[in-house]
Design a protein around this ligand. Structure first.
Ligand code: GLA
Length: 392
């Protein structure tokens, strides 16, 4: 359906052909959750669910934007670019324009039609895809000359400053820097990154969408950030050189345990363990040890559920159901790992599932979910793809 639909709709709406067609993918994260804003490592990938844009420059400074999925339109009418509370989806796009202009870049008006198949509110970063796609369009059409990392940072600033969500850099990085059949480990402090091939003839990645829209995520997310900062501030008293949880070892944390509020201790304990797990997971990939990789995913879920407390009953149910499935099917390697993915409080679980058991896995999970919650469980097999690019 895409990108043909955006091309046709662009013609229908604006009566001419677009100058550019851009694909901006959603992302998954294999391991390394809530580590990006703590200066740690993440291991995301871009996926075969994306937003497609058809766009052209205008001769004036108006922005006329059509969202096919929401069947909604925006027209800036020569007005100043500012936050629009009513059409919240527009903020992700206008934020990029506003931040690019603050950087001194000359960004004129645009006609845009976009649509795609990244499920909204499922934790696959449709918002980062919007921002990164827009960053790419602006860069190409106005000849700005940003490199890929500049686009990542511009997109993150749009989210932090214009939309007002204090997210880390992972989602934008994955959407821009993704590579076909690879995951990429990002050091969120130095911004150094390394690709790891992730392709198995035996195992595949499945997302199970809990259908819970992560409404709590913004406020709880910012609270988690503050709790981590509280931990860092306390430990800094005896270790003045530390800058973030990345610098804190397990033994430093244990030394300070009695001086920390119990909840802050648990948050820090999770993050320190998770940063280490990403390193261990990459070693497992190098050794081709998917079993070890999967067991780290289960450990991450435990940490997110009990210590970081960003899961929800539906996601816990889904992770638990994978263990039930292995027992019921008497195949302990049918699912190597499962965990909630992304910011939390809803969205998808990510599962590393044996291809030969896929059919029975899906049927078990969907039947169990229906019986428990009386609704369907959408599941998607994902492929890892390249990041944001012009396709025509
Ligand atoms: C959200 C944020 C990311 C990251 C994850 C948790 O997706 O946008 O920056 O912090 O949560 O890993």
């Amino acid at each position: 359906m895409f990108p043909q639909t955006v091309i046709e709709q662009f013609k229908a709406v604006f009566g001419e052909e677009q100058e550019i067609v851009v694909r901006a993918p959603g992302r998954i994260n294999l391991i390394g959750e809530h580590t990006d804003y703590n200066g740690g490592y993440v291991l995301p990938a871009a996926i075969d669910k994306a937003i497609w844009f058809a766009a052209s420059k205008r001769t004036d400074d108006r922005f006329v934007i059509h969202s096919l999925d929401l069947n909604d339109s925006f027209d800036s009418n020569h007005g100043e670019i500012r936050q629009q509370s009513q059409q919240s989806w527009v903020n992700y796009l206008l934020g990029v324009i506003s931040e690019a202009r603050k950087d001194g870049f000359k960004v004129g008006g645009l006609n845009i039609v976009f649509g795609g198949d990244v499920p909204l509110g499922a934790g696959l970063s449709s918002s980062a895809a919007l921002e990164c796609g827009m960053g790419h369009i602006v860069n190409e059409l106005f000849g700005i000359g940003m490199d890929k990392m500049d686009i990542v940072k511009l997109a993150q600033r749009a989210e932090n400053k214009f939309v007002g969500m204090q997210c880390g850099i992972m989602d934008m990085f994955a959407s821009v820097m993704g590579r076909c059949e690879n995951v990429v480990r990002l050091d969120c402090r130095s911004l150094e990154y390394e690709y790891f091939p992730f392709k198995s003839s035996e195992y595949t990645l499945i997302l199970c969408n809990s259908g819970v829209k992560h409404a709590l995520v913004d406020s709880e997310y910012n609270t988690r950030r503050r709790e981590c900062e509280t931990g860092v501030a306390q430990i800094k008293r005896s270790h003045p050189d530390i800058k973030s949880l990345r610098d804190i070892t397990q033994s430093m944390l244990e030394e300070e345990k009695s001086n920390l509020p119990e909840v802050v201790y648990r948050r820090c304990n999770y993050v320190i363990g998770e940063i280490k797990r990403v390193e261990d997971a990459c070693k497992a990939l190098i050794n081709n040890d998917l079993e070890q990789f999967g067991s780290l995913m289960y450990q991450t879920h435990d940490g997110l559920q009990y210590d970081y407390e960003v899961s929800c009953t539906e996601l816990d149910f889904l992770v638990d159901a994978t263990k039930q499935f292995k027992l019921a099917s008497n195949q302990k390697d049918a699912v190597l790992g499962a965990r909630m993915m992304g910011g939390g409080f809803g969205g998808c679980s990510i599962n590393l599932v044996k291809k030969s058991a896929l059919k029975s896995f899906l049927s078990f999970m969907q039947t169990a979910f229906l019986a428990e919650y009386d609704r369907e469980l959408p599941c998607h097999e994902v492929a890892l793809t390249d990041g944001v690019a012009t396709i025509a």
